[in-house]
Design a protein around this ligand. Structure first.
Ligand code: NAP
Length: 534
């Protein structure tokens, strides 16, 4: 097969990839956007499990570059469900006529930097090859599923599913004995949705969660009018907040100067909003000060306890050993109520881990749980997983996967030293890895990358690479901010603790979305200082 020459390859046709394709194509570059999936939507294509929905308010989870695009779309609910979100991305692809430059069912296998020509030699699993000057990963930070294979899985005669590879045609779970392993944001959505339909539901829980009540409701014409009126300010203001949402946190120090009653009042007001505001919209000390975090943790525990009838079950469902917000906070509607149902059973697999599959189910602590279907809601190899699973080789044949196996490094989460012209949207060590309303951060990163590429071209240059010094400087700053929080003390995907052997580093920059944007803007305004352009 002959090599296809293009200016840029965008890998991933989700939120970031579609926008990146649009921006570069608009600038006159030849671009191909590939995706392994048979459809666009990225995470919203793959994660079509029962109950999948946003936990960012729908109107804040969209593109901001076109007021027409914004005004011509109406969200039906405050927190939209997966099918509607996928429809939104198709609407955008149709409006912008993106389809001719999207290659679906195309999984990239390798990308090797060609020093002499300053291009990436890219190969797909089916043997297609490209030369692209710029390689932009838009594969998402949560796209490489983590499926722990318990021993003896082949012997299981039932069905095994992972939430991130849910069958597109759906699956009828009614009348079935179903097991769910994992109670993160995904497991919670699945459990509360399928509990009324299945015959028996066994929830295999290792670490309980501080889930927050979601206040979801249909949106009315009045709501649509309100959100349309917000467009001119919100498209800028979202980028200046701590979490990329429409709310912000006060300065550090404000919480310490308040009385406990005043802080609890703020928590209560935010709780009533029924959103992630109670996590990233109260005050920053919740994530940094042990006493203030303990107060918030107790506040949330007190909200959860009355929802659960059986005190012994409540004891297991309410976290005691880590602080509120240091593990990604999930939203829920009927999650805790599900455990009041007779057909729902909580199995604590912390003290007694799952041992193995049997032909008829799972074995825990010497007891067999008979199942027709086992659902892994076991998360992802976050941040680094998707790129590491490709064979990416930079200067001198250095492997990105091997580098990240030793040490998770990046510059602003946008480039990695030793990998010229490779740009990463939602790469590790940026807010977009976890601490952000995703559409806000992804668009900001795509805009920065587009500006970098156009700057290079305007200078008649062909490559850009983060310098070793800039990378060191960013990692030092990132780690200092991480160490000043309580996040490093909790085991979760945030720190890579969910993947055996993964180096421990906070995957997401937590200095705030607004702060991060200002840092990126400074670099850009100074002709991409710290990045070698040649
Ligand atoms: P996750 O937060 O990593 O949760 C995985 C769950 O599987 C945890 O409960 C984990 O227990 C459990 N687990 C993993 N291996 C296990 C094993 N061998 N035995 C028993 N339990 C095991 O993954 P997730 O729920 O898919 O969520 C990942 C992220 O996706 C979220 O944090 C969020 O950022 C995003 N998400 C967003 C939405 C939304 O916006 N609407 C919805 C879903 C997900 P431990 O905690 O003990 O490791």
């Amino acid at each position: 097969m002959s090599v296809i020459t293009i200016d840029a390859m965008v890998v991933g046709a989700g939120v970031a990839g579609l926008y990146q394709l649009h921006r570069l194509r608009e600038a006159g570059l030849t671009v191909t956007c590939v995706d392994a999936a048979p459809d666009i939507g990225g995470t919203w294509h793959w994660n079509c499990y029962p109950g999948a929905r946003l936990d960012s308010p729908s109107y804040t989870y969209q593109y901001w570059f076109s007021e027409d695009l914004y005004n011509e779309w109406e969200w039906s609910e405050r927190f939209a469900a997966q099918p509607e979100i996928k429809r939104y991305f198709k609407y955008v692809a149709n409006k912008l006529d993106l389809w001719p430059d999207i290659a679906l069912n195309t999984r990239i296998a390798s990308a090797v930097w060609q020093e002499e020509q300053s291009v990436w030699h890219i190969t797909s699993e089916c043997g297609k090859t490209w030369h692209a000057r710029y390689l932009i990963s838009c594969m998402g930070m949560l796209s490489a599923p983590n499926a722990p294979l318990f021993p003896n899985q082949d012997a299981f005669t039932g069905t095994v599913l992972h939430t991130a590879r849910w069958p597109q045609e759906g699956i009828d779970l009614s009348g079935k004995r179903v097991g769910v392993v994992g109670v993160g944001a995904t497991g919670i959505q699945v459990i509360q949705t399928i509990a009324p339909d299945v015959e028996q539901l066994y929830v295999f829980q290792r670490t309980p969660q501080y889930a927050v009540k979601m206040n979801n409701h249909p949106l009315t014409e009045k709501d649509h009018e309100f959100w349309r009126s917000q467009y001119p300010t919100m498209r800028h203001s979202l980028h200046t907040t701590f979490g990329g949402f429409e709310w912000n946190v006060p300065e550090v120090g404000v919480a310490a100067a308040m009385t406990s009653e005043e802080r609890l009042k703020v928590l209560e007001d935010c709780w009533q909003d029924g959103s992630l505001k109670v996590w990233v919209g109260t005050y920053p000390e919740v994530l940094a000060d042990e006493a203030i975090n303990a107060e918030a943790s107790e506040f949330v525990r007190a909200k959860i306890r009355p929802r659960i009838n059986d005190p012994a079950v409540a004891d297991k469902l309410i976290p005691q050993h880590y602080g509120f917000g240091t593990y990604r906070v999930p939203l829920e509607t009927n999650y805790y109520d599900a455990f009041n149902r007779e057909n729902v059973h909580l199995v604590d697999v912390k003290a007694h881990p799952i041992e193995a599959f049997t032909p008829h189910g799972l074995m825990v602590d010497g007891q067999e749980y008979a199942l027709d279907v086992l659902i892994f809601a076991t998360g992802f190899d976050a941040g680094t997983g998707a790129l590491s699973r490709l064979d990416i080789r930079g200067v001198n044949g250095q492997s990105l996967g091997e580098l990240w196996q030793r040490d998770i490094r990046s510059t602003l989460g946008l480039q990695v030293h030793g990998f010229p012209n490779l740009f990463t949207v939602a790469g590790p060590l940026a807010p977009s890895t976890a601490f952000c309303n995703m559409t806000t951060c992804l668009q900001q990163q795509v805009d920065w990358i587009t500006d970098a590429i156009l700057f290079m071209r305007a200078q008649g240059k062909s490559q850009m690479e983060a310098s070793a010094e800039k990378e060191e400087e960013w990692i030092k700053h990132h780690d200092e901010v991480a160490e000043s929080t309580l996040l490093m003390s909790t085991n979760s995907w945030y720190t890579g603790a969910n993947i055996e052997g993964k180096p421990r580093r906070l995957l997401s920059y937590v200095g705030g979305v607004g702060v991060y944007k200002d840092i990126c803007e400074d670099v850009r305004a100074n002709d991409f200082e710290g990045f070698h352009i040649s």
